[in-house]
Write a protein that binds this ligand. Structure first.
Ligand SMILES: [Zn+2]
Ligand SMILES: [Zn+2]
Length: 308
């Protein structure tokens, strides 16, 4: 498999002179198998450039694209109305996400193209959008990809995805807070309240399930939005630090960690410092740490097999 990072930023896009090297577009990763088949993870503003590339490639019908959404916060869906294949006849776009019903997902995604916000409503786009609800822990087969959604600790809920193909595996874990002092339930931020025993049990279970689902994964892309002092100030915002990611992955037979969903306030110089610091910390626990930058292409696999 090959993964391409089209957007690596969290929260909102920050293109400009301070982010030239790491990039300013929001969350979007393309996964390709050796056969050329692909899936897209998240539809942040990075999706626009990916859509242009796919539209150039996609002259052979039928055109069908799968987009796996971690959740529907702006930085993960804002590129969708600008996805060029949506405006090509005989195109099907399958959107997968965690919501209580496929209808509700359609309303949410359709809502961002209401006439007040955007000139072309979703229903009028030439492509056929099909919406699918995912269930954490329940594997799906998308062509040659086996995809396992994983529950994450984020306001209103989010899912990560473990994707297996070509005898190897990559996981996308964004957005998530760590699994200790804050529990984000579906409809409110309970982190602003004291945790109950049930909350603690739910967090413990969520973390154990995630660790099990990531075991033996070759490459893990993880929400490492904050450095530790920022996390200490904003523990309720639903994001992690690279230390949280390393703590979760160490000893779990994971070869490589990709730092991802960078805070918009981190300029290129600070990103260089973070990259160097955590490359060294990763080496201490036997994990190769790479910091995602826009346009980066990585080959997955050849070291670890697919977990049984
Ligand atoms: Zn985000
Ligand atoms: Zn989010």
């Amino acid at each position: 498999m090959e993964i391409t990072f089209w957007g690596v930023r969290g929260s909102y896009p920050v293109p400009g002179p301070a982010t030239v090297r790491y990039g300013g577009q929001t969350s979007c990763v393309e996964v390709r198998a050796k056969s050329g088949a692909g899936v897209i993870i998240d539809a942040g503003t990075g999706l626009r450039a990916l859509g242009q590339k796919l539209a150039r490639e996609g002259h052979v019908a039928p055109r069908r694209y799968s987009i796996l959404l971690s959740h529907v916060h702006w930085d993960h869906i804002q590129g969708l109305p600008f996805f060029e294949p949506a405006y090509v006849q005989d195109t099907v776009i399958d959107v997968y996400a965690l919501l209580t019903a496929a209808d509700e997902l359609q309303q949410v995604i359709g809502g961002i193209t209401r006439h007040e916000f955007f000139p072309i409503p979703l229903e009028a786009a030439p492509a056929d959008f099909q919406f699918h609800e995912v269930d954490p822990g329940v594997a799906m087969t998308l062509g040659e990809f086996r995809v396992v959604p994983m529950a994450l600790n984020h306001p209103f809920g989010a899912v990560g995805y473990r994707i297996e193909a070509d005898g190897t595996s990559v996981a996308y874990v964004s957005d998530t807070a760590p699994f200790t002092e804050v529990l984000h339930k579906q409809h409110f931020l309970s982190g602003l309240e004291l945790l109950t025993d049930d909350d603690r049990a739910a967090l413990t279970q969520m973390k154990a399930d995630l660790v099990a689902a990531l075991r033996g994964c070759d490459t893990v892309i993880y929400d490492t939005h904050y450095v530790p002092d920022e996390y200490a100030r904003f523990p309720h915002y639903g994001h992690s630090t690279p230390d949280h990611a390393l703590e979760l992955l160490a000893g779990n037979d994971v070869r490589r960690l990709i730092l991802y969903h960078h805070a918009p306030s981190h300029d290129d110089d600070q990103m260089d410092q973070i990259a160097a610091e955590y490359r060294a910390k990763g080496a201490e626990v036997g994990i190769d740490v790479i910091t995602a930058c826009e346009g980066m292409v990585l080959t997955v696999g050849a070291v670890k097999g697919v977990a049984a």
